[in-house]
Ligand binder design. Structure first.
Ligand code: THU
Length: 137
């Protein structure tokens, strides 16, 4: 895929972030890294809770951290799942949240290691996206 090299650094940032995951229950660490238009990166990790359903995935942690700091525009998203043996794609809830802030053409890179990356897009992960007209932003 185009820009595959460029996104390797973004994936590495997601992989580094995964070390900061709070995942004492699943022991499954996830890191996410958002690329901003100015080239900077915002990361997020999964944050679990002993009331399991309160867990926040890495993708949503990253997006909420960015939005909380005033950033709403992203040019790519990378997700690292170093405890899996195959590339693990974002969960359904995260796909909905990703679609809130990222256009269908935005590249998404995910994988468990740098040597086994899947390159896709928001629209491939979340087809038939709808209802953006409900927002006036
Ligand atoms: N998880 C993520 O953070 N992102 C994903 O895309 C898949 C799942 C987290 C949630 C939970 O803490 C652990 O991984 C196992 O499901």
């Amino acid at each position: 895929m185009e820009n595959a090299i460029e996104y390797r650094g973004l994936f590495r940032a997601a992989l580094d972030a995964a070390d900061r995951a709070y995942a004492p229950y699943s022991k499954f660490r996830v890191g996410a890294a958002l690329l901003l238009p100015d080239g900077s990166i915002v990361t997020g990790v999964n944050v679990e809770n002993r009331s399991y359903g309160l867990t926040n995935c890495a993708e949503r942690s990253a997006i909420y951290a960015a939005v909380s700091s005033g950033v709403r525009e992203f040019t790519a998203l990378a997700i690292a799942t170093p405890d899996a043996e195959y590339p693990v794609s974002p969960c359904g809830a995260c796909r909905q949240v990703i679609s809130e802030f990222m256009a269908g053409s935005i590249p998404v890179i995910f994988g468990s290691s740098e040597t086994d990356l899947v390159h896709t897009t928001v629209s491939k992960l979340f087809p038939f996206d709808a209802l953006h007209e409900l927002s006036d932003r």
